[in-house]
Design a protein. Sequence first.
Lengths: 512, 512
Amino acid sequence: MNERTSHRVAVIDLGSNTARVILMSAVPGYSFRLEDEIREVVRLRQGMTTDGLSPEAVERALSTLQLFSRFCRSVGADIVLATATSAVRDAANGPAFIAQVRDEIGLDLRILDGEREAYYGVIGALNEVATDHCGILDIGGGSAQLSEVGDRRYRKGISLTLGALALSERFIDSDPATKREIRALREEIEIQLDSIAWIDELAGKELVGLGGTIRNLAKIDAAARGYPLNTLHGYSLSRDAVDQSIADFRGLSLNQRQKIPGISSDRADIILAGALVVAAVLRRLDIDKLTISTSGLREGIFFEHYLRDLPEPVMRDVRGFGVLNMARNYRYHEQHADQVKLLSGRLFEELEPLHGYGPPERGLLAAAALLHDIGTTVAYDGHHRHSQTLIHYNGLSGFTPRKIALIALLARFHRKGKPDTAGYEGLLKKRDAAVLTRLAAILRFAEFLERGRNAIVSDVLVDWDDEELRITVVATEHPAVELWQAERNAVPLMESAFGRRVRLRWEGEVGR
Amino acid sequence: MNERTSHRVAVIDLGSNTARVILMSAVPGYSFRLEDEIREVVRLRQGMTTDGLSPEAVERALSTLQLFSRFCRSVGADIVLATATSAVRDAANGPAFIAQVRDEIGLDLRILDGEREAYYGVIGALNEVATDHCGILDIGGGSAQLSEVGDRRYRKGISLTLGALALSERFIDSDPATKREIRALREEIEIQLDSIAWIDELAGKELVGLGGTIRNLAKIDAAARGYPLNTLHGYSLSRDAVDQSIADFRGLSLNQRQKIPGISSDRADIILAGALVVAAVLRRLDIDKLTISTSGLREGIFFEHYLRDLPEPVMRDVRGFGVLNMARNYRYHEQHADQVKLLSGRLFEELEPLHGYGPPERGLLAAAALLHDIGTTVAYDGHHRHSQTLIHYNGLSGFTPRKIALIALLARFHRKGKPDTAGYEGLLKKRDAAVLTRLAAILRFAEFLERGRNAIVSDVLVDWDDEELRITVVATEHPAVELWQAERNAVPLMESAFGRRVRLRWEGEVGR
């Protein structure tokens, strides 16, 4: 395995409530991963007046940025991208603060205007979700952004003062909030939504949700439902779930809300306001759910740098790159994985009249073929289970939870065991048990035709009658290990998946 | 991270019932890991007569070895070490078979005599367990070996025809076995044990058990007890548990035995005979348990090669190397881990009068310091939990299950959370909750004093009174990030662990 040169990109994000630094390790055009993260509550809006940020807030921000900057130096960040959003943007003394940061810390802190903030959220999301046209809602502490995406491009966006913290501070004094407070808050949300001239263009379209508040709403819903994956990638948060959460939050004091399974303790005080914004947007757009993106502003800033050689910093094939990125991060054996992908793809094609599946299932098979062995990074023993866990834990960009579950299960059953959807029932369709069994049979067959990991088999041909499936393995020399291992380990599942006896033969390469 | 050159060592082991090939990836003096494994049932003893192996058995063995040999070539094994044990050793036509293997396959298959077989089992075990003096019992299919270890060296050993398969075939025809059959089997075991002139020298000593049958007995016991670790490293199998298993097996038909949780389906027919051997040896030596080694013959053959530069192929410090091997296999950040180990060791020393712990606890802390971040190989998010899982799953050579659990928990709590022994109660002592809390406090402190990962802190000094713990951090320049992060993230646990308010200060290096 050749070691590629990675570099480290730090993104600093000075938000209204929280400052964060993430450290990404990146190999251009190859892979990236999160390597470190620090967050610090700075409460920048506290004590803000028409003069701007209070001296105490400036002090806290400076000291935090100083520490972030030292941290970036000490861990060897090659590039530091630092931005500030609504609090600094709205402050009369924002420019003076930026100058002070440059002078005292030597850090070039960029103030993002509202549209730029919306843009980066969109860039982050588009590199994780695979939609072409959608609305994107990003709720932060100070502001919220609503944007429109067409043909996988940012079209337009607007920043509203609908941040969960800003709204809570302005409208909610009681614990729990009174009916009157909530009514006033709702009116404010409606007024601001009314101000978006083009909001109706988003009506009925898919909506993607970003930011900690929305993620936390999804996490609470996931906990209540016993959601089987460990990631919120592609999670579908329904309007009913949001309404249910609002009803729950309203009746509870802060102390009681803290005990809701899945809630982040430092969001329990502002999550009701955030949930009201989500509910209002869903109602306004007349849609019944939104899809979570776990990437947003910070990732958008990272991707602008990472994908700087593209005309727009948005991957065309977010699924394909996501799979490769995971495989590469777990140091997969590229040649072996490619060969299993090739052979399983050929089997899939040859068997098409029998299974009748199309591009979606083929995509699952290809992803599983590339990822089936990543669990060896944990241990050889039980590596099929470790592969499952790694996929299940991390999720896969652009895939729905159902597809993530199926890819994880294909990896699980790539070498042994009777395919079984146990644990994922809530995510799967009825027909998925059959999909799993057939694709696992194909994947396993390809895996054992590549048992010697030297790409000895160049093709596979299949024909059949009602009784028998005849599989012809094409190779320049006799693939003894592969035939033996496929016969032993892959034929039984193939027979049960396609309801026919399997006969396996070898054919020398014949100048086809 | 510099990529070291690894080579691949294949070990082929042609046993009486099963043939196996393991492929080890090894970097001399640095690390090794299992990379692949194939096993094939050859039933070499089936149809064996005074003329030796039957023609069918020879055919099966030749074809299996041919495939193993091709497999080794195709995966790029640099070295292939092939051995045969009791069936070939006992067969009149064994030498002819060896010649045929050489001529037809080009494989140099070495017949191990009984003592050599015992020797390799001992070498395998001594590189996994940390005892100096012990007996070692290895039960295979055809034979069983009993050996004596003194000063971590093989002293003597003997091979007996007490293999689980051989005994079952000779004595058990009924299902379940009759009283009479069991009596005859027991008598045979006693006669053979009587033949070992030096067996009493092992009386009262520690006994280490190897081989699939013994591992399976441990696995059954572990399943019944709800054992929390996923590994049998260092598992203690009690005489009571073996007696209980024998009582259970005796009353059940093969079909019923197959359903016992933890039993290997291809051992259910021979495990009773194996259990009777274990019970007889424990009784004879008057000891009440044995300790499992998961390494045996094949690993012994590998270690003879891997450690060939040592006078004896046995590690002196099996714990130390096991920890490093795991850290290296998970590509730890060596400089960071060493620094956390150094600082946590210094804190441990300085605080010694307060905690009163000695070398055993310090060993746990050092292991956890080297391993705390290995979970980043899985993902940065939640890496403390991943570190715990990796340790918990793989085990650690030379450590008892209790210590493995404590090291896993220290990794778990190295950066956040309130230390808690939940899930491991059965393995831990009463005082371990306090041990965990104090060592986790120390480890966490050291971790945050190395937050910038650049070894800026060179030492830590501690003094205290009844109220206050004063921690002086020594560094050439002001360790701003480290003081901030330690204050934020490590002080609270330190305060509760040592019952004092913590005051943190920095001191420039003063030519100490």
